[in-house]
Design a protein around this ligand. Structure first.
Ligand SMILES: *Cc1c(COP(=O)(O)O)cnc(C)c1O
Length: 459
């Protein structure tokens, strides 16, 4: 059973508040026009409740803030680096650590080391920056997530799972030596924060070990994934989140990590490895792109805050409240009849724009248009996760993802239950007038990761 509303009160109290600006509908209309109907281009000041992302938007604890004052800002060998190394060993069990400024810094280094031009990189659904770094290194990404992940209405509890038949097909077609590694994300962001089961992770481990293929984890939201395993998977109910997190890592060879999610900081990331040879190369490459191997683009204070956040992220009560809040919002949305991806995932609510706006064709960017309308209603900022985010393939054609979603991402420890009510009510109002919502036309398209800076006009 997942937590019910009365069981997830926050295991903290509020010490400081940040005041928000309230806007009028006409101010929002103007702001949206200025932003080219792209919520990434809105000024934060013009946003009331910011659900653009849970990345780097977390509230740090008093302990993390104290840690900021213990920053050892030495160029080399900062003691905060050693604290972080200890946290990574203790909580995740990886032997070697290379800090990076954020997750994509680690993805860049890993891709450059592990991928040769023409290599195949299977992954359980793409993630924007991850796939781009794989492609920039000459790799070809192949989606090997189970089919249920692409079906927003499937209630399968572990929609993040890897389909080993799909991996086997790639091995048959290209040979195991052509596979750079398999990239396993926990939880799967673009599928709606969907978890991977431990059974599946073990299966991937056994399969790849026999064939000499390495498993690299994208463990950006590993503690959230561990919570789902604890709640839903047989045999894990009495295990702690910390134990489950460590077990997940034990089935992999290394991991990229964005500290901006699970680890409750505003900036930071790392590459963690068990293989000394890969580590040695990574430690060498990090000085080219990020900084010396004992800071990797981070200030000492940031490494300290991240080490403390790592320990806080695996606390039972924290995760129960974190995911409890997401479920609270999702249940409210469902009550209002808003079509959302089910089961509800870890870091937010994903509204199904295809169902919400069935009259808008995917080429007219329904999720982008819906995110704009949601901002207009009450100043709530969400994000498109559909055809705009999916981008184009190497031939320049648009990818047409099955999922066309608007993501309501919940920052950790930032908003209250009353905010969740406002969000659900505003979305219900937009749903009421859904038939009047039109699609968009893209009038500016950047070459890389276009969703960040593209501009649109109403059709
Ligand atoms: C955020 C994220 C990344 C990239 O991390 P950054 O810190 O934003 O560079 C990689 N994978 C997943 C699943 C993410 O959510």
């Amino acid at each position: 059973m997942l937590p019910k509303r009365d069981s997830w009160a926050e295991p903290y109290k509020i010490k400081m508040v940040e005041l928000l600006k309230m806007t009028t509908p006409s101010q929002r209309k103007e702001a949206l026009k200025q932003a080219g109907f792209n919520t990434f281009l809105l000024k934060s000041e013009d946003v009331y409740i910011d659900l653009l992302t849970d990345s780097g938007t977390n509230a740090m604890s008093d302990r993390q803030w104290s840690g900021m004052m213990l920053g050892d800002e030495a160029y080399a060998g900062s003691k905060n680096y050693y604290h972080l190394e200890e946290a990574v060993k203790e909580v995740y069990g990886y032997q070697y650590l290379v800090p990076t400024h954020q997750g994509r810094g680690a993805e860049n280094i890993l891709s450059q080391i592990m991928i040769k031009p023409g290599d195949i990189v299977p992954g359980n659904m793409y993630f924007t920056t991850t796939r781009l770094h794989q492609e920039l290194a000459g790799g070809v990404f192949h989606d090997v997530i189970i089919d249920e992940a692409h079906d927003s209405a499937s209630d399968f509890p572990f929609k993040g799972n890897v389909d080993l038949n799909k991996v086997e097909k790639l091995v048959q077609e290209y040979g195991a030596e052509k596979i750079a590694y398999i990239c396993v994300a926990v939880t799967v962001n673009l599928a709606g924060g969907q978890p991977v089961s431990m059974e599946n992770l073990k299966g991937v481990r056994n399969y790849t070990q026999e064939r000499g293929i390495k498993v690299m984890l994208d463990m950006t939201r590993i503690a959230e994934n561990a919570y789902f395993i604890q709640q839903k998977e047989e045999g894990y109910r009495l295990k702690t989140i910390a134990e489950i997190v460590k077990e997940i890592c034990s089935y992999t060879d290394g991991a990229t990590f964005s500290g901006k999610k699970d680890a409750l900081v505003n900036i930071g990331g790392f590459l963690a490895l068990n293989d000394y040879d890969i580590f040695e190369e990574a430690r060498n490459l990090v000085v080219v792109y990020e900084g010396l191997h004992t800071y990797g683009g981070l200030a000492g204070r940031d490494m300290e805050a991240m080490s403390i956040g790592i320990y806080e992220s695996v606390q039972e009560e924290h995760m129960k409240a974190r995911i409890g809040q997401v479920f609270y919002l999702g249940d409210k949305m469902k009550e209002f009849g808003v079509p959302i991806v089910t089961p509800i995932g870890g870091h937010g609510i994903f509204v199904d724009a295809k169902q919400f706006l069935p009259h808008v064709s995917q080429d007219d960017f329904p999720a982008q248009a819906l995110a704009a309308e949601i901002y207009l209603d009450a100043g709530i900022r969400t994000m498109e996760r559909g055809i705009v985010s999916a981008g184009r393939n190497s031939k320049g054609e648009n990818y047409h993802p099955k999922l066309e979603l608007v993501r309501f991402t919940i920052p950790r420890r930032v908003y209250t239950q009353a905010h969740m009510d406002v969000i659900a009510e505003s979305t219900a109002r937009v749903y009421e007038r859904r038939n009047q919502i039109k699609g968009l036309k893209m009038i500016y398209e950047p070459k890389y990761l276009r969703f960040f800076q593209a501009r649109f006009e109403q059709l």
